[in-house]
Ligand binder design. Structure first.
Ligand code: BES
Ligand code: MN
Ligand code: MN
Length: 458
């Protein structure tokens, strides 16, 4: 391990250059215009994995974007770690808010690498490739067996991933999954994420008159779809900011008192956190804190709403239709399909007789929770402590990586979420970046994790 650590430190500048090359590929999975770039990215990844000495590497086709699979098996008596990550990225929009080209990476004075996908997730996947490379170039072998599954559809809902996992159970067999695609608590404050939220995403449309109408001639006699939709949406929360949908909280895994105490002791200041996004005061469900609200409670948010006139100035119009996109972050034990059925029932029950309702289920995914006592969690904790000189916090996060629940359900394996992102990385936003400090700390931690986990008795 020592020589791998030294090798990685010595070659770190090369790793940064390679990451920059990877970040130039416009692997936007949601937009079919970029399908060629997505494939080019998969091939780049696979070629890179072969070049660093990973034994078996394959670009595997799916009905959508390809999955890059790799394996380097050294000793059947040693545990196997499956590294998951995604090489696809979010669209860069809105482009005019970027200070530099999203796919022409630049290095800021403070060392941050600015580019779409730098933190989510190319930079973080690269951590694991560089960790195995450091072993291969020094000891010649990693301390345990490694497999890699790097997908190209995470940002568009991973629609082909579950069937792929089901079809390749034997190939993907492993003792634990490790993912770097989450955040750490703060700079220099390592953490391991043991809980993630799930997601149910729907779209609704109310249609009234068959065309936009003059609001003076028709207003007062024809029901306005935007007014009606606004009322239905307003009814989705009560005074306590609880979701009113019948049965919404039915299977919610409650926070334990121990978790609430642990979270309360975290160095998290809600006022500062709100100020960091230009807001004066937080808004939470009932008695829950903002930390609890954003990590371990289910929520409902309107993502966008449209209809009528949106241009400059006034246009007196009574819109023909109104639409909205609504996402619900779920917690463990809530089933996305059930939640989707429940919100559908809410809209169906409340649609006024003056309107027609259309409802679309866009996508969903389950939340996850991992036992912090799992040997691989403990190995990760030790690795982070070695790197940062302090014990990591165990945290829950509000984002979603639905494959974590699928790995557990289909393959029966737990996932260690060892992430190195920070809020300042602005993932999914303009000017996404990843600090070289965290890229380096991540590589060193990943090297240490493999060695520590290899030593845990089977
Ligand atoms: N890496 C994120 C998830 C994430 C970010 C988890 C920060 C924890 C902290 C992932 O790429 C992502 O964006 N997931 C989507 C869900 C997906 C189903 C589209 C999300 O959370 O919105
Ligand atoms: Mn991600
Ligand atoms: Mn993402």
């Amino acid at each position: 391990m020592q020589s791998a650590l030294q090798h990685a430190s010595h070659h770190f500048p090369d790793y940064v250059q390679e990451l920059i090359d990877l970040l130039k590929i416009q692997s936007i999975s949601t937009d079919s215009a970029y399908a060629g770039e997505v494939r080019r990215c998969a091939v780049w990844m696979a070629d890179h994995m072969k070049a660093i000495g990973i034994n078996k590497v394959e670009v595997m086709d799916t009905p959508g974007h390809p999955i890059v699979y790799g394996e380097h098996l050294v000793d059947p008596s040693k545990p196997t770690v499956l590294v998951y990550g995604h090489y696809d990225v979010q669209p860069p929009d809105p482009l005019d808010l970027w200070e530099s080209d999203p796919f022409e990476p630049i290095i800021k004075e403070d060392g941050r690498i600015v580019a779409r996908g730098s933190s989510d997730d190319k930079g973080q996947v690269f951590i694991h490739l560089k960790a195995i490379e450091a072993y291969l170039k020094t000891d010649g072998v990693p301390p345990l067996n490694l497999k890699f599954i790097i997908e190209g559809e995470e940002e568009s809902g991973s629609v082909n991933l579950t069937p792929f996992i089901e079809k390749h159970k034997e190939l993907l067999k492993a003792d634990v999954v490790v993912i770097s695609d989450t955040s750490m608590f703060a700079r220099g404050v390592p953490s391991i994420t043991y809980g993630l939220r799930g997601l149910a995403y729907v779209e609704v449309k109310l249609t009234g008159p068959d065309r936009d109408l003059h609001s003076g001639m028709y207003g007062g006699g024809i029901h306005n779809p935007l007014n009606a939709l606004a009322k239905m949406i307003a009814g989705l929360h009560d005074e306590d900011h609880q979701v009113t949908i019948e049965g919404f909280y039915d299977n919610v895994l409650d926070l334990t008192q121990e978790e609430r105490d642990t979270f309360a002791a975290l160095p998290f200041n809600p006022a500062e956190w709100a100020a960091s996004v230009g807001v004066d005061v937080t808004k939470t469900e009932g008695e829950y804190t903002a930390y609890e609200g954003t990590s371990a409670r289910p929520t409902l948010d309107v993502n966008g709403i449209w209809g009528g006139y949106q241009g400059e100035g006034a246009k007196t119009v009574l819109p023909s239709y109104a639409g909205a996109k609504i996402s619900m972050r779920l917690v463990p034990n809530q089933q996305p399909d059930e939640i989707t059925a429940k919100i559908k029932a809410y809209f169906e029950a409340n649609v006024p007789p003056t309107m027609k309702l259309e409802f679309k289920d866009l996508h969903g995914g389950k939340g996850a929770i991992v036992d912090t006592k799992h040997p691989a969690m403990q190995a990760a904790a030790k690795a982070l402590e070695d790197t940062y000189g302090k014990k990591p916090f165990f945290t829950r996060e509000g984002g979603s990586i639905p494959v974590v629940a699928e790995f557990k359900e289909i393959l029966g394996i737990d996932t260690v979420l060892m992430g190195f992102g920070l809020d300042e990385d602005a993932i999914h936003s303009p000017n996404e970046s990843f600090g070289q400090d965290r890229f380096r700390e991540g590589i060193l931690s990943a090297i240490r994790f493999l060695s520590h986990y290899a030593e845990t008795p089977a």
